[in-house]
Design a protein around this ligand. Structure first.
Ligand code: URA
Length: 192
């Protein structure tokens, strides 16, 4: 959870926050981005999903999870009866595309964290789902592997937090979809 000393002075309202993210130059990722990718969905959703960072299509379109991984995320949402525009809010650990879709560096994730923290404060979800390691690490505030973090109930700022695989990983490791399904069922139990 964010310590006050860790927080830059950033706007606490949606419009101000989105404008700040759009013009952000807090880390080197701003240099190569086409645009920052803020977040999408219901700003009062019960469910909030946190991914890693924009890929090429997200950088182009300005919306998280609109490429191949996004199609799988949409299918995962549908499987538990959720729609991306109505029932969930989706954001990323970093708002700008890392060049060549590399994993964001710890300093880049740290520079972007205040935006995610503020988005969570505004949405006030009833459950957080971390998709993949960078999202899990920024929300848990510790180094972890997905294998170690999944299957347990964590909390971020008092909000139940479930960790699962990133959809892009699942596209390359189809058998692990069954484990992601277990994680979503676990999250549904948390919400019940
Ligand atoms: N992968 C992510 O983590 N986020 C996106 O927005 C797209 C792909």
């Amino acid at each position: 959870n964010a310590l006050p000393s860790e927080r830059r002075r950033i706007p606490t309202d949606w419009d101000g926050l989105a404008a700040e993210v759009a013009g952000c130059s807090a880390c080197g990722l701003c240099k190569a981005r086409k645009q920052a990718v803020f977040g999408v969905g219901d700003r009062q959703a019960d469910w909030m999903f946190v991914g890693e960072g924009p890929g090429a299509e997200e950088d182009e379109r300005g919306e998280p999870f609109v490429g191949q991984a996004g199609k799988l995320l949409d299918a995962m949402l549908q499987a538990i009866g959720l729609k991306r525009d109505k029932d969930v809010y989706i954001a990323n650990a970093v708002k700008c595309r890392p060049p060549g879709n590399r994993t964001p560096e710890a300093e880049e994730i740290a520079a972007c964290r205040p935006y995610l923290v503020q988005q969570i404060e505004l949405v006030k979800p009833r459950v957080l789902i971390a998709l993949g390691r960078p999202a899990a690490q920024t929300l848990l505030g510790s180094e972890t592997s997905i294998a170690a973090a999944r299957g347990k109930l964590h909390h971020y700022a008092g909000i139940p937090l479930v960790v699962t695989y990133h959809p892009a990983y699942l596209l390359r490791n189809l058998p692990d979809k069954a484990k992601a399904w277990e994680d979503l069922c676990f999250a549904m139990d948390v919400m019940a």
